[in-house]
Ligand binder design. Sequence first.
Ligand code: PEP
Length: 259
Amino acid sequence: MSNQKHVLLCGNWKMNFGPKETQAFLEKLEWNKKSNAQMRIYVPYVSLTTAQNTLEKRGLLGRDTVSIGAQNVHYEKSGAFTGEISALMLTEVGIRHTLVGHSERRQYFNETNETVLKRTVHSLEQGLEVLLCIGETLNERNSNQTESVLTTQLAAILDHATCQAHFGDALHLAYEPVWAIGTGVVATPSQAEQAHSFIREMLHTKLGSEKALKTRILYGGSVSPQNFKDLLACPNIDGGLVGGASLKLDSWHALWNLI
Ligand code: PEP
């Protein structure tokens, strides 16, 4: 692609690939460096160290190559939160990236805008880079509530001083319409661009143009090598958060090579 956007291609492996499959995948990852793009892969907790070690052995771990992240993080440093992992624990094993607020967390694990805010703020305070996920359900879209849902999901985030300070460097957004995640039904480029430009405008109004432009707004929801190029051609789409197509080497390579 010839435009000068800085693109993020992010894979969300969800609850797939334990350490063995992680190692096998990353040993076969074909790497070609791009000056205008970065690759991140969000892997299950138990695979974080294997992922980092496998990439490190190949000289492929880092900002200019591949970054590994977690899929969620708790908002306290430590304590009686059985089953949770803190930002401090992630940084202790060398992790610098996390997703927050994925719709599957909101849908199946009762994440709310309030807990998403707490996780985001805590992660930023501990030095993690956060990719914060927002997006409307099909019912909300069909009843013309897309913009009000996005406004509500972002309101407290945009009002929080820590988030305000980090937008554009350690805080980025993924617009993921819930109806498009894992369904094979991708938003059309014009539907996606409409939502992305609305989000960009919110950032602009609250934080000014520099932060609004520096914040990467990724599209997620059934991204594939067949639709990624058209999505990426939209002015306000800065990359993709990819589930299914990040689990197969051929589609993952194809997506990277479309940038
Ligand atoms: C996701 O997990 O964030 C996602 C967008 O999944 P998929 O690409 O499979 O729709």
